[in-house]
Write a protein that binds this ligand. Structure first.
Ligand SMILES: Cc1ncc(COP(=O)(O)O)c(C=O)c1O
Length: 411
């Protein structure tokens, strides 16, 4: 088959896109596990160093395995842009870069975009690592304006009163409350104020939602999660339709900070990606059944899952997502004690942080991932003492439901 055709399906692209021919025609793309490359002569080396000619000199700067997987991720997130203009070369439409972690992608991107004295307008509820970095923004020379569960009017007001704002930071659905932000509307507001929108698409993945299609400028991922899917690596990615920004500002900061993904981890990411679509299909189907089960369960106060009609963000989720994903959170009626009990009594689901792996992973934000977050901020972000975060795995759904049911049975 052709290596790339934007009209093929996402599952096909996850397997075949950017899988270049290689010297021995191995069907699985090779790992270029080398820190350096032979330079044939000084003039050639100089041209590569000056970035006048393509080529590789040092893996912190670039590496064929990393470039290949970055291109595949760019295709998966940017496929709708490529479908709109199939005659344009990929490299002019969308660009990806892979990083050593999701946090590396997030911090590099923000530092590349926001100048000294610049302002980021951000949701108050965000992944705790992102929250920590943005809380320390003054150390890096920029400021953050926080919005708590913002309406579109709040975004508008914030941009109108902050002329130095260059970036809106959005996570949708958000970790762990699952609130959904209207990406297209925030992008419209930000663009009117000459700012860009960055979306953390880790929870949704390009299977459920493609922010670039909705007007976002930048998409970040913790590839540690669904994109690798097997729990084998820590990794990150940044994808954007601003190819010059990616090739210049992001490239420069990335190589200076040195948050380079290892070729081996990136190769594992690529092999995980090959089952991406089929895994996501199962994650989403299982999650819908589990959300309905939990909604009816007497020990559960409320279920936060974008696919449930009862979820306040269901309408906007249905507008911008093509599937509702494998993540949810739910509130136990028994509060902190019930959360603790459940964590200690699951038998199939793993008590562990992270998400988006093959196996079902359960955690209790108040005592685990968000225990260091200021309790007031925690409360404002909907992280109540009885909140449980659940990453639905791809096991047989009856087995997951049976495990949750027995783990909630407190004496
Ligand atoms: C939504 C979200 N964004 C970013 C990250 C950070 O990713 P990493 O742990 O790969 O640095 C995480 C990690 O849990 C996350 O859940």
């Amino acid at each position: 088959m052709e290596i790339f055709d934007p009209f093929r399906g996402l599952g096909t692209l996850a397997i075949h896109a950017a899988e270049e021919e290689n010297p021995f025609n191995t069907n699985v793309s090779p790992i270029y596990q080398s820190s350096i490359y032979r330079i044939p002569d000084v003039a050639t080396g100089a041209a590569i160093f000056q970035r006048e000619n393509p080529g590789y000199v040092y893996t912190r700067l670039s590496n064929p395995t990393l470039d290949q997987v970055a291109e595949k991720l760019a295709i998966l997130e940017g496929v709708d842009l490529l479908r709109k203009e199939p005659q344009r070369p990929i490299e002019d439409v969308v660009r990806g870069r892979v990083f050593s972690s999701g946090m590396a992608a997030i911090t590099t991107c923000i530092l590349a975009k926001v100048p000294q004295g610049g302002v980021v307008i951000a949701q108050q509820a965000l992944y705790s690592g992102t929250l920590k970095f943005l809380n320390e923004s003054e150390r890096y020379g920029f400021r953050v304006v926080w919005l708590t569960d913002p309406t579109l009017e709040d975004w508008e007001k914030a941009f109108a009163s902050e002329p130095a704002a260059v970036l809106a930071y959005v996570e949708s659905p958000v970790n762990p409350g699952m609130a959904v932000m209207d990406i297209a509307a925030v992008a419209e507001i930000a663009h009117r104020h000459n700012a860009w929108v960055l979306v953390d698409n880790t929870f949704a993945t390009p299977y459920c939602q493609r922010p670039l299609t909705l007007g976002a400028d930048l998409v970040v991922h913790s590839t540690t999660k669904y994109l690798n899917g097997h729990g084998l690596i820590i990794g990150g990615a940044l994808i954007s339709r601003h190819v010059q920004f990616m090739d210049n500002e992001v490239y420069e900061i990335h190589q200076t900070l040195g948050a380079t993904s290892s070729p081996f981890d990136t190769w594992l990411l690529n092999n995980g990606l090959k089952t991406f679509e089929i895994r996501m299909e199962r994650h989403c189907n299982n999650a819908m059944k589990i959300a309905r089960f939990l909604e009816e369960h007497p020990a559960v106060e409320r279920v936060n899952y974008p696919g449930l009609e009862s979820f306040p963000y269901h309408e906007i989720a249905s507008k911008q997502m093509s599937a509702y994903g494998g993540m949810m959170s739910f509130e136990l009626k028994g509060g902190y004690k019930a959360g603790e009990w459940m964590m200690n009594h699951v038998r199939l689901c793993r008590l562990a942080v992270s998400l988006g792996h093959l196996d079902s992973l359960i955690e209790h934000p108040a005592s685990m991932t968000h225990s260091k977050v200021d309790p007031v901020v925690r409360e404002k972000s909907g992280i109540t003492p009885g909140l449980v975060r659940f990453s639905v795995g791809i096991e047989n759904v009856e087995d997951i439901i049976a495990d949750l049911d027995q783990a909630m049975a407190m004496p």
